[in-house]
Ligand binder design. Structure first.
Ligand SMILES: [Zn+2]
Ligand SMILES: [Zn+2]
Length: 348
């Protein structure tokens, strides 16, 4: 079969021929219907070097995947060949306290995982290929009726990651509250939809790009602010001087972190989702009282079930552009150039 493989750090991935996987006991092979292209793949190609993460190429890219069950290993029950499924992408040890509640991205026994801190497309072979080998059937989530694998694929990361960030802040988002979404890209635009679908908060979207702010409005944002010197002041004015109860930063560079801190309300949440590598100096007077600052990484298996339910009922709908496997490098080029509309999904 054909697969888009990262062969070494700091290189462009290449479409090559590899052997079709066969499932061992407890494993599942999925025929891929869609594989989302993620901004973090660019970090893999452009920035990572030996030692940055505890794994190494070669491996097939694609960590947000959905398709159909193709083959079942011995002992796998409850799934049938041909059934449409999503693949939960973070593959932890399965037995530590975090994995037991389905939050494999925070696995506390990475040495016991198939690959430490990764999964398919992140250290092991992912979904930008005809088939993907999933090392444990517990990572397979059946798709609810009415949800196509192409639409489901980006939900496993671009949907799940903002969902987890929003869900943990639900108690701070009653009617009358304000949430700010910084960065309306592949994750941020779904974040706006999730806030509107699961809370009664008012949503203000922030981006530097006019077309991204238009996308935010299409996704239901109540207001938009162009990123820049006056953005924090505009958010304060729009909230009667109080600031935002929850700020979700999907960029994570110095400027957006500073904006988040300046726009947050007392007792609010400032959640850093974007892996922009910025830093935020924190001191007694630098952030409003009782603002909680947290990073999040991906989400849990039960939350993926909830995200898929939201999508199957039409309450969220990520904007996607599909590419054939032959054109996958174009998807990454458009992502680099900032011209991509919504999320790129590779359809092998
Ligand atoms: Zn990702
Ligand atoms: Zn674990």
């Amino acid at each position: 079969m054909r697969a888009l493989r990262l062969r070494e750090w700091k290189s462009e991935p290449k479409l090559v021929e590899v052997a079709e996987p066969t499932p061992g006991p407890g494993q599942v092979v999925v025929r891929i219907g869609g594989a989302g292209a993620c901004h973090s793949d660019l970090h893999l190609m452009d920035e990572f070097e030996p030692g940055t993460v505890p794994w190494n190429p070669p491996f097939t890219l694609g960590h947000e995947n959905a398709g159909w069950v193709h083959a079942l290993g011995d002992g796998v029950n409850g799934l049938t060949v041909g059934q449409p499924v999503a693949v939960f992408g973070a593959w932890g040890c399965g037995t530590c306290a975090r994995c037991r509640v389905g939050i494999d991205p925070y696995c506390e026994n990475p040495a016991g995982a198939p690959v430490p801190g990764g999964g398919g497309g992140l250290g092991l072979d992912g979904g930008m290929a005809t088939y993907e080998l999933v090392p444990d059937a517990r990572h397979i989530v059946p798709l609810p009726a009415g949800l196509d694998p192409v639409d489901a694929a980006p939900l496993t990361d671009a949907g799940l990651t903002p969902y987890h960030a929003v869900r943990r802040s639900w108690p701070k988002l009653p009617p009358g509250s304000t949430a700010v979404v910084i960065g309306v890209g592949g994750l941020g635009h779904v974040g706006v939809q999730i806030l509107k679908a699961t809370t009664a908060t008012r949503v203000i979207a922030v981006d530097t790009r006019a077309d991204a702010l238009r996308l935010a409005e299409e996704c239901g944002a109540d207001g938009t602010v162009t990123s820049g010197e006056t953005a924090a002041e505009e958010i304060r004015q729009a909230t009667g001087g109080r600031g935002a109860d929850v700020v979700l930063d999907f960029v994570g560079v110095d400027a957006t972190l500073a904006l988040g801190a300046a726009a947050a309300r007392t007792v609010g949440d400032l959640t850093i989702v974007g892996i922009g590598g910025g830093t935020l100096p924190v001191s007694y007077f630098s952030v409003p009282y009782e603002v909680s600052i947290a990073t999040t990484y991906w989400g849990s298996r039960p939350e993926l079930v909830e995200v898929l339910d939201l999508a199957s009922r039409g309450l969220i709908r990520p904007k996607t552009t599909t590419f054939a496997l032959d054109d996958a490098l174009d998807a990454y080029r458009q992502m680099r150039d900032g011209t991509l509309q919504g999320r790129a999904v590779i359809v092998p």
